[in-house]
Design a protein around this ligand. Structure first.
Ligand SMILES: C[C@H](O)[C@H](O)[C@H]1CNC2=NC(N)=NC(=O)C2=N1
Length: 113
């Protein structure tokens, strides 16, 4: 199985399946720095990234936005001084799709470059 960070999102339809509990547990092993959060009954993946100042946080937030647009799969991005909080879920299914795990893993790779 290729690593999540090397994969692309698949087109996600409203009838696409949410990940099962077993799939969630397995996929979380590849994105250990992320936390599953339920908000208003919608399961999401969330991670806080910290930086030295606002400008560095802003630059990272821009990279996340570019990544999202490139895959047409979009997160919530909270930009604060020295911090960016990224939250992934799939609007169309009100929950977590495999795409969200791929995008979380690819978000992590943005730190390196
Ligand atoms: C209208 C709808 O939001 C769009 O078709 C796309 C855009 N980006 C998206 N992003 C996410 N996270 N989930 C979606 O279901 C989604 N759908």
């Amino acid at each position: 199985m290729t690593q999540l960070a090397q994969q692309q999102c698949e087109a996600c339809r409203a009838d696409a399946p949410k990940v099962s509990d077993a799939e969630l547990a397995e996929l979380m092993t590849q994105i250990p720095d992320w936390t599953p959060q339920a908000r208003d009954g919608v399961l999401q993946l969330e991670r806080e990234f910290t930086f030295k100042n606002f400008k560095q946080a802003w630059a990272f937030a821009d990279k996340v936005a570019e990544l999202a647009e490139s895959e047409f799969h979009h997160p919530a991005i909270l930009l604060e001084w020295g911090k960016v909080t990224v939250t992934w879920w799939t609007h169309a299914i009100n929950g977590l799709h495999r795409n969200d795990f791929i995008m979380a893993a690819r978000t992590d790779t943005l730190l390196a470059n």
